[in-house]
Write a protein that binds this ligand. Sequence first.
Ligand code: DC
Length: 223
Amino acid sequence: MEKYRLIITIDGPAGAGKSTVARKLAKRLGFQFLNTGAMYRAIALAAIQAGVDWSNATQLARTAEAVKLRIEGDQVFLNDVDVSEEIRTAEVTEKTRFIADHPQIRGELVALQRSIAEQENYVTDGRDQGTVAFPDAAWKFFLTASPEERARRRQRDLKAKGQHATEEELLKQQTLRDEQDTNREVGALRKAEDAIEVCSDHLTLMEVVDKLERIVRKKETPE
Ligand code: DC
């Protein structure tokens, strides 16, 4: 029997507000929410814990195969341990590229994303959701913001957690991640041809959610 489910994908660079927007949009529409970056981060954490040699692709693949990854809304479990906070550290952020650059691991994670989204309606966010994971998604969004605005938002988020970083430092790290994300061989950050691009520079994230919701509910046609 054919499976009926609706998928909305939100791709875009780091710091554009994808996860916040995806989570809130899902809630408004009564959809589930899947943050695919958390999957890459969780495998990176498993590799850190295993003390892998990051240049050894076979070791990385074995680590990924050996872990039990479970996602429940915003919670991420690695071998049944809740690692939702741990996957957000600077060390994990830095090492995640080795996982995201690994074509075999990407293939496995995309398969997992598809199987999770098989039976229910989902809003998913990531880099390759509209291009690779769900090319037949009902709506595809590409959420952007200027590098400066993204860095300022990141700075505010860190401040709320009691951490300090200069805008210059954050811009540098962000530019590096943008380069890594757009240049990887498989699953690179790219706007799907049929994705609707939304720039959030002059909008609050709530206004972005409103806009996406209006488009999905067909009250507004994208310009
Ligand atoms: O969205 P995020 O910053 O939590 O993602 C962490 C890293 O994982 C990011 O640098 C790129 C990678 N990623 C990816 O390659 N494909 C995805 N679908 C999601 C994330």
